[in-house]
Design a protein around this ligand. Structure first.
Ligand SMILES: Cc1ncc(C[n+]2csc(CCOP(=O)(O)OP(=O)(O)O)c2C)c(N)n1
Ligand SMILES: [Mg+2]
Length: 285
């Protein structure tokens, strides 16, 4: 059994992380199928990163979501709500079945896009892409002004980086030397209806962030050790170091063979028989 040792002196096996990630993926897909609506591809590509954060490295308290000492996770890709709700529910913020049974229903708090006022654990309401990094900058600056040690994580998608606002924010994070900020890009290479490089090329992405004054670590976004090491290196920086970008190479639809790297699974619900096949894969793998 391989293990990873953690900053807070916990040791969590990679098997346990994988098991948790599988459970998150299963809950997300069940909810999307029941609602017959939602975004599987970008939920599954983000899952391993969410798993490391919420089950491993993050300073947070699901019983006290507004705990002042918590790290702040600002998830800019708010359409990945099924994966986010699944992770938050398993972490203990609310009941998993409440989310699965009411996702995207009228009057449910579990809307298609995450809402801070409705769902405990959601730091910022998002869904309109492009805003998360600017918000994270403000939060990081505010915390630093008060000499607080809380870390700020901004989770971004890659198609989202085509928004002009992102690049204003990238400039500002570096200008203000936000050493308490780590941005993680879910680099699944696919956006709504095509490959990013064909729609509006982003490469060379690492070089672009470096040129803007960021430190960059490029990792396999499905390798738990790499995710942990990169996030830990971010959390060990001084408050006025360069901001850190973790460029996480991922696979859209990760974990379900027929969804992996398929543009078509960006925002389509599985049919019941497809759900069964997906759940079977996630149970045996
Ligand atoms: C400002 C804005 N424009 C359009 C959309 C509609 N939309 C939702 S998801 C998506 C594609 C996102 O692709 P990417 O950012 O790569 O996300 P991921 O692959 O992680 O799902 C789009 C265009 C939106 N949510 N916000
Ligand atoms: Mg993408």
């Amino acid at each position: 059994m391989s293990t990873v040792s953690l900053e807070r002196n916990l040791v969590i096996s990679t098997e346990k992380l994988q098991e948790t990630a599988n459970e998150i993926r299963k809950l997300a897909l069940r909810a999307i199928t029941k609602a017959n609506s939602g975004h599987p591809g970008g939920s599954l590509s983000l899952t391993d990163i969410l798993t490391v954060l919420y089950f491993n490295l993050l300073k947070h308290d699901p019983k006290n979501p507004n705990w002042e000492e918590r790290d702040r996770v600002i998830i800019s890709k708010g359409h990945a709500s099924p994966g986010i709700y699944a992770a938050l529910s398993l972490a203990g913020y609310f009941e998993p079945e409440e989310f699965v049974n009411t996702f995207r229903q009228v009057r449910s708090k579990f809307q298609g896009h995450i809402d801070r006022l409705k769902v405990p654990g959601v730091e910022v309401s998002t869904g309109s892409l492009g805003h998360g990094l600017s918000i994270a900058n403000g939060v990081a600056l505010g915390l630093r002004l008060e000499s607080k040690k809380n870390k700020v994580y901004a989770l971004l998608s890659d198609g989202e980086l085509q928004e002009g606002q992102i690049w204003e924010a990238v400039m500002a994070s570096a200008h203000y030397k936000l050493g308490n900020l780590t941005a993680i890009v879910d680099r699944n290479r696919i956006q709504l209806d095509g490959w990013t490089e064909e729609t509006m090329a982003l490469n060379p992405l690492a070089d672009k962030f470096k040129a803007f004054g960021w430190e960059v670590k490029e990792i396999d976004g499905h390798n738990f050790s790499e995710i942990i090491d990169s996030i830990q290196s971010g959390s060990q920086r001084d408050l006025t170091d360069k901001p850190l970008l973790i460029l996480a190479n991922t696979i859209k639809g990760k974990g379900v063979s027929f969804m992996e790297d398929k543009v078509a699974w960006h925002g389509v619900a599985p049919k019941p028989e497809e759900l069964e096949a997906a759940l079977a894969e996630l149970t045996t793998n």
